[in-house]
Design a protein around this ligand. Structure first.
Ligand code: BGC
Ligand code: NOJ
Length: 819
């Protein structure tokens, strides 16, 4: 069953019924100001940091679903009898009055919600103009009745601005700090501005207000909800001024529409900062200095400016999506690669795992391993921003080479509450830096001075940071010569040093064991991959000694893996604190895991001698399901204190044998590496959101973006997705399909083209912008596909790397023959 359809031409997903199984959301904003918006106008907004600079409030994890948003109410003022007042939400929620028609279009950085009731059509376009810290809601009303209509339009938001965590644990304070100013038709929210904040929010409207409210209870009426505000019902706002409690912004506009008449109204919600010494106007007063805010507000209350800003936004997305486009025989591949997968990669780049409908924005900032992996799919989209991110991440590395597991986007400082000792973390930095270099050839990044733990004076070139990352592993080996796992490796829930028996302890930060025994085969594989990258990088720099050292370290680790990490039919997963193996025939539960199969083969292990193939056949036999490949089998049926959180989940969910989508592309890549195009693409389709659209009633999450997890075969809800949007699946899927299945992969010396496509495909076309050159690539299959030959601008070249063209070249034509 579907709840909408893809409109690929407009790069939109069109939702045609408001009561989707879960709120289906989109993101607004691409730089500093971000918003989440659901298909029924729920969501919230923040500047840089969803915890520290949240502008509006939202109620997570509550009933009814999705409460708090960008609400507009329409009221038919011709029906004045207050018992029978007709008001509705043109976005269906929160009033939920059935609409005559409804459509929500989620597009690239904008959402349009259109509906009709009682002859009144409304269309609201929500977006954030580039370069601004504000969002626009532009509503267009049309009267389709055969008589004129008297309408009231109400807008409503609930302000935050305090630390969003305080909403849960320190609201006794919030109840007394709310302050607003209303001047010239604009509501300014300035809680805490009198003291340490030098920023405020504003809510403005293009029309003259018939009234406003800034106190929530005055607007809603006692004991009422957003579904039936007393003020909307009565058709009158009371001009309330918030003093503490819950400040809101609600505006009232009266509109008279003749037959067929149309009217646009603009609402602006924005964030503004003042210099510390110019906060007040007049100086010495307690009123906000609005001098620099006013021109911005005036500018975007103009419909022409709004239209222009919207066109700029679509051009921005044209520019980004134009970096790589494909035309293949498969619609799901095309749609995801050309539009939605790239879009999701951008969103994960911007927000890491901080703010989604499954992540509160309060607990987790930017993840070290997460953001480094997100970069792998992002780097070609906006390389300058990738560069900055790599340097920011490296600055949270510790002198030991270890890294803070997360950092706060506003301050860019490592998060002490979570700390470090996730022993895989530092290695991901090597992978992201190598990806950046292969994409851009910008070797200067390795010379950039970067501090450790953000401490001024501790700067070293990025190159040294990468070397410390490598050393961090080699200095922490366990009894089998494999890397010690620390708190966890990629699998945050495999907590072999935790041994937690007290409820409520965080599995991630509780460690009751010294950690000198438990080892990770996954980190070993990741290490081989990273050390080989390090060698490539050193060799390009002419650092021969470093290159050799890295290759020797990789080789030694490979030996350790073959000795203690290979189980005969697949790679093992780990050794626990007792030195017992996990992920082996010897185990009753957790006999085979996906992660080491993916990472070890990606690192090149077993490709030559058939052991990779053996491991992948084991994956196919034991782990693959129609809904994707599960993390391990058999699932853990009880809690094992020595394994940690992984066994805390009921079988089939999350890390306990769910389809943890992030890992599936590793297997796709591994299959491609051994030449199995059919299997690789089949796995790709099993978790491809568009390919799953037709089972939306099972999948339940958005069909246009990946979710972190799909419940595994042991779960009651097999096939049901959870935790959509902010997942490493986005970047890794992108890498798997574009670089390994389609095979278009940057190297230090140029673009490699080595497709491993399904046997049913006769070929495909791709256009890839790479280092300022546009590559137009035509791939034709003439045989099974085992060999690749290239003609570049008509001339045959040896190998499968397109040599970098001479300076000034704008376009290169590549013909690829698979024989
Ligand atoms: C989740 C993991 C997540 C971790 C981060 C766990 O509860 O299952 O997926 O990475 O928390 O804190
Ligand atoms: C989600 C985390 O963000 C990611 O870092 C981790 O690898 C996976 N969960 C698996 O535990």
């Amino acid at each position: 069953m579907r709840y909408g359809y893809f409109d690929d031409e407009h790069r939109e997903y069109v939702i045609t019924q408001p009561d989707t199984p879960l709120p289906w959301i989109n993101y607004l904003g691409s730089e500093d100001y971000f918003g989440l918006i659901s298909n029924t106008a729920g969501g919230y907004t923040f500047f840089k940091d969803a915890r520290l600079r949240r502008l509006t409030r939202y109620r997570y994890n509550n009933a009814p679903l999705d409460m708090g948003g960008r609400y507009i109410y329409l009221r038919d003022d011709d029906r004045t009898d207050s018992d029978n007042s007709l008001f509705w939400s043109p976005s269906w929620m929160p009033v939920r009055r059935p609409l005559d028609s409804y459509e929500c279009r989620h597009g690239m950085g904008y959402t349009v919600i259109k509906s009709k009731l009682a002859g009144i059509e409304s269309q609201t376009r929500y977006f954030v103009p580039l370069g601004e810290n504000l969002e626009i809601w532009e509503i267009t009303l049309t009267n389709h009745r055969d008589q004129s209509a008297n309408l009231s339009v109400f807008s409503a938001i609930e302000f935050c601005l305090w630390d969003a965590l305080d909403d849960a644990n320190n609201f006794q304070r919030n109840y007394s700090i709310g302050e607003v100013e209303i001047i010239d038709n604009v509501i300014y929210h300035k809680s805490e501005y009198r003291e340490r904040r030098d920023h405020f929010a504003y809510f403005a409207c293009s029309e003259k207000l018939a009234g406003y409210d800034t106190d929530r209870e005055a607007f809603l009426g006692p004991y009422r909800g957003w579904n039936s505000p007393q003020a909307v019902e009565a058709g009158r706002l009371s001009g309330s001024i918030a003093h503490g409690w819950q400040p809101i912004g609600a505006q009232h506009i009266k509109v008279r529409l003749k037959v067929g008449e149309q009217k646009k109204i603009i609402f602006l919600l924005g964030y503004h900062e003042n210099p510390k010494d110019a906060k007040f106007d007049p100086p010495g007063s307690q009123t906000i200095n609005k001098k620099t805010a006013k021109p911005v507000i005036a500018r975007y209350l103009n419909t022409d400016q709004v239209e222009e800003a919207f066109i700029e936004l679509s051009k921005y997305w044209d520019h980004i999506l134009d970096k790589f486009t494909v035309h293949t025989p498969d619609i799901h591949t095309d749609r995801m690669l050309n539009i939605w997968n790239a879009y999701q990669v951008m969103i994960t780049f911007n927000l890491s795992r901080s703010a989604s409908y499954f992540e509160s924005g309060v607990g987790r900032g930017m993840g070290f391993r997460d953001s480094n992996q997100d970069l792998l799919g992002f780097v070609h989209l906006l390389p300058e921003r990738a560069r900055e991110r790599i340097l920011d991440l490296a600055a949270t590395q510790l002198p030991t080479g270890g890294a803070y597991h997360q950092y706060q986007p506003l301050t860019k400082r490592g998060n002490n509450d979570v700390g470090s000792n996730f022993n895989d973390d530092p290695l991901w930095l090597v992978l992201s830096a190598a990806a950046y270099l292969k994409e851009t050839g910008d070797w200067s990044i390795l010379k950039e001075p970067v501090p450790y733990d953000n401490q001024p004076g501790s700067e070293e070139p990025l190159y040294r940071h990468l070397q410390r990352s490598i050393r961090y592993t080699t200095e922490r080996l366990g009894p089998h010569g494999l890397p010690l796992i620390g708190r966890a490796d990629w699998n945050d829930c495999l907590n072999l040093n935790c041994f937690s028996e007290a409820p409520g302890q965080s599995f991630q930060t509780t460690t009751n064991k010294e950690g000198k025994v438990a080892e990770s085969v996954f980190i070993a594989g990741l290490f081989v991959l990273a050390a080989k990258e390090m060698a490539g990088l050193a060799s390009n720099l002419g650092e021969k000694g470093d290159m050799e050292a890295a290759l020797i370290a990789a080789e030694e680790m490979e030996q350790a893996i073959w000795k203690a990490g290979w189980d005969g039919d697949w790679f093992r997963r780990a050794y626990d604190d007792f030195g017992h193996v996990l992920g082996s025939q010897e185990n009753v539960e957790g006999r085979i895991f996906i992660e080491p199969q993916g990472i070890c083969i990606m690192a090149g292990l077993g490709i030559e001698d058939g052991r990779a193939r053996k491991a992948l056949d084991s994956v196919a036999r034991h782990l693959a399901t129609p809904h994707g490949i599960v993390l391990h089998q058999p699932a853990f049926t009880k809690y094992y204190v020595h394994l940690g959180e992984i066994s805390s989940y009921p079988p089939g969910y999350k890390e306990n044998a769910g389809v943890f989508c992030h890992t599936n592309p590793w297997i796709m890549i591994a299959e491609a590496m051994i030449g199995h195009g059919d299997r690789a693409h089949d796995y790709y389709l099993r978790i491809n959101p568009s390919a799953r659209e037709q089972i939306s009633e099972v999948h339940r999450c958005e069909p246009y973006v990946s979710a972190q997890m799909i419940a595994g075969k042991d779960a009651a809800g097999f096939g049901e997705a959870k935790n959509s949007w902010l997942t490493g699946t986005a970047a890794w899927n992108y890498v798997a399909i574009s670089q390994w299945i389609l095979g278009i992969r940057p190297t230090y010396d140029g673009l490699r083209v080595a497709p491993v496509i399904p046997s049913a495909w006769s070929g495909f076309e791709a256009i890839r912008n790479y280092r300022g050159v546009r590559y137009i690539i035509q791939v034709q299959r003439k045989g099974p596909g085992g060999t690749v030959s290239l003609k570049v601008d008509g001339k045959p070249v040896t190998g499968n790397v397109i040599p970098l063209p001479s300076a000034g070249t704008k376009e290169v034509h590549v013909n690829v023959r698979l024989a």
